[in-house]
Design a protein around this ligand. Sequence first.
Ligand SMILES: O=c1ccn([C@H]2C[C@H](O)[C@@H](COP(=O)(O)OP(=O)(O)OP(=O)(O)O)O2)c(=O)[nH]1
Ligand SMILES: [Mg+2]
Length: 144
Amino acid sequence: MQVKVINQSKHPLPAYQTELSAGLDLRANLETSVTLAPLERKLIGTGLYMELPAGFEAQIRPRSGLAYKHGLTVLNSPGTIDADYRGEIKVLLVNLSQESFEVKDGERIAQMVVARHEQIQWEEAVDLSSTERGAGGYGSTGKS
Ligand SMILES: O=c1ccn([C@H]2C[C@H](O)[C@@H](COP(=O)(O)OP(=O)(O)OP(=O)(O)O)O2)c(=O)[nH]1
Ligand SMILES: [Mg+2]
């Protein structure tokens, strides 16, 4: 599927790193490095603007390597990019480690997965069909 994009960053367009990757790695587009102190959050620009087709969204997700090695994650994970959004794609990073982390220009800080989604119409009702699960949740299964 082709997706219109404007690349105002200094970096190449995000790419799939392997043949069947689901996510495109997003690079920080910075004038100077940004430091995230422990528990600090910052919105990091990518310099990318895109036009997704109707019925698609993009999800901004953490990279597991950064999360594991440095406690760096996407605070609003998965971030949602709406198909009608025309602003810059940004990544809301948070540092959950006890050490400061320096985000450098061009660093791959998150990944973006494009996915189909539905928009629904509500059908208001007074009751719902009964199921074995019913209202059970939060660890309800497997108890005798
Ligand atoms: O990680 C993110 C999340 C969102 N956005 C952009 C695209 C999205 O379409 C828009 C709005 O996002 P969201 O709906 O999550 O934010 P909101 O707090 O509900 O703001 P709004 O009232 O503008 O919808 O912000 C990003 O660039 N990165
Ligand atoms: Mg919103």
